[in-house]
Design a protein around this ligand. Structure first.
Ligand SMILES: C[S@@+](CC[C@H](N)C(=O)[O-])C[C@H]1O[C@@H](n2cnc3c(N)ncnc32)[C@H](O)[C@@H]1O
Length: 282
C-alpha cells in the first residue's frame, strides 16, 4: 500500500520533470480516476491509500503521460458540454472551443421543444450531436464519419442520451452525404494546414488521428467539399454551423456566400478567435 499523499508527490515530480505544465492537477486526476473518488475524497482528513495493483496502474499511467499521451486517452474520457464522453485514439478529443457550436445553436433556436432534424458531419466521438439532442429533446439526428473506428466510439456514447432511438450513426463521406432532409447541419471538419504539423504540440501530433485534424489545400479542402455538397443538396432555410480555425473566417465566409448561403453570424471563442460561422441556405 502507498499513501495517496506520497503518490501525489511522485507523480507531480515525474510529470513536471517531463515538462507537463499542470503536473499536480494531472496527477490528482489520474489518482481520482484509479480510486474512483472525488476531489473531496482526495483531501479527506483520514489517510487514503493506493493498493499495490492500483499503484502499478498509476505508474503505467504516468509512463504514458510522460511520453505525451493525452490524459483523455489514458483515462478514456473527456468532458464536453454537460457530459463525459468515451474517447480513444480513433477520435479527436472533444475541445472546449467546439462547445461554441452548441451555444450558437441554442441562441439561434431558443425553443428547445422544436422538432428538428440535425446532421453532424464528421461526428468523431459524437459529442456535438449527442449534446444537441440532449438539449432538444424532441429532435432527431444523424452523425456521420468516414472512420469506422470513430463511429464505434460514437455508438458507445449513444447511451448518454436517454431516448437514443432519435439518433443514428453512419459511416459515410460528408462530401457526398445527402443533406436535404436536415434543418440544422453542424460540422467541425479537419481544418489544420498539413504544413503546420511541426508547430503542433506533441500530444496532438503524435497521438490524435491525423485524418481528424489535417486538411489539404491549406486546411480548406473539407469546407469546400462540404459546402459544395450542401449547395447541391439545396434546402432553403437550412442552417449550417461550421467550426473554423485561426484565420479561416474570410475564406469560409466567401465559400458560403458563393454557394448561395446567407451569413448569419461569426462567433469568437474565449481567446477572441473567430471560431464558429453560422449561415442559412437561400
Ligand atoms: C475535427 S474532427 C471532429 C470530431 C467531433 N465532431 C468533434 O467536434 O470533436 C473531424 C472528423 O471528421 C472525420 N472526417 C474526415 N474526413 C471525413 C469525410 N470525408 N467524411 C466524413 N467524415 C470525415 C474525421 O474522421 C473526424 O472524426
Amino acid at each position: 500500500m502507498i499513501a495517496v499523499r506520497e503518490a501525489l508527490s511522485i507523480g507531480r515530480k515525474q510529470l513536471a520533470k517531463e515538462g507537463v505544465k499542470n503536473s499536480l492537477f494531472e496527477t490528482k486526476l489520474l489518482i481520482k480516476n484509479i480510486l474512483k473518488i472525488s476531489d473531496a475524497g482526495l483531501i479527506s482528513t483520514s489517510e487514503v491509500f493506493l493498493s499495490e495493483s492500483q499503484f502499478k496502474i498509476f505508474q503505467s499511467f504516468l509512463e504514458r503521460r510522460k511520453k505525451s499521451e493525452p490524459i483523455a486517452y489514458i483515462l478514456n474520457k473527456k468532458e464536453f458540454w454537460k457530459d463525459s464522453f468515451y474517447v480513444n485514439s480513433s477520435t479527436l478529443i472533444p475541445r472546449p472551443d467546439s462547445e461554441i457550436i452548441i451555444e450558437t445553436v441554442l441562441n439561434l433556436i431558443p425553443n428547445k421543444d422544436e422538432k428538428l432534424k440535425f446532421a453532424d458531419l464528421g461526428t468523431g466521438s459524437g459529442c456535438l450531436i449527442i449534446s444537441l439532442l440532449k438539449e432538444y429533446k424532441y429532435s432527431e439526428g444523424v452523425g456521420i464519419d468516414n472512420s469506422e473506428e470513430a463511429i464505434k466510439v460514437a455508438e458507445k456514447n449513444k447511451s448518454i442520451l436517454s431516448n437514443n432511438r432519435r439518433l443514428r450513426f453512419k459511416v459515410a463521406d460528408f462530401s457526398m452525404f445527402k443533406t436535404t432532409e436536415f434543418d440544422v447541419i453542424v460540422c467541425n471538419p479537419p481544418y489544420v494546414n498539413k504544413n503546420d504539423i511541426n508547430n503542433m504540440q506533441k500530444d496532438v501530433a503524435n497521438y490524435e488521428p491525423h485524418q481528424a485534424i489535417f486538411a489539404a489545400e491549406e486546411g480548406f479542402i473539407y469546407y469546400k467539399n462540404v459546402i459544395h455538397n450542401l449547395n447541391k443538396n439545396h434546402k432553403c432555410g437550412q442552417k449550417v454551423l461550421f467550426e473554423i480555425g485561426l484565420g479561416q473566417a474570410e475564406v469560409v465566409s466567401n465559400l458560403l456566400k458563393n454557394n448561395d448561403f446567407k451569413l448569419i453570424r461569426i462567433e469568437d471563442d474565449i481567446s477572441g478567435i473567430p471560431r464558429c460561422i453560422t449561415a442559412e441556405k437561400i
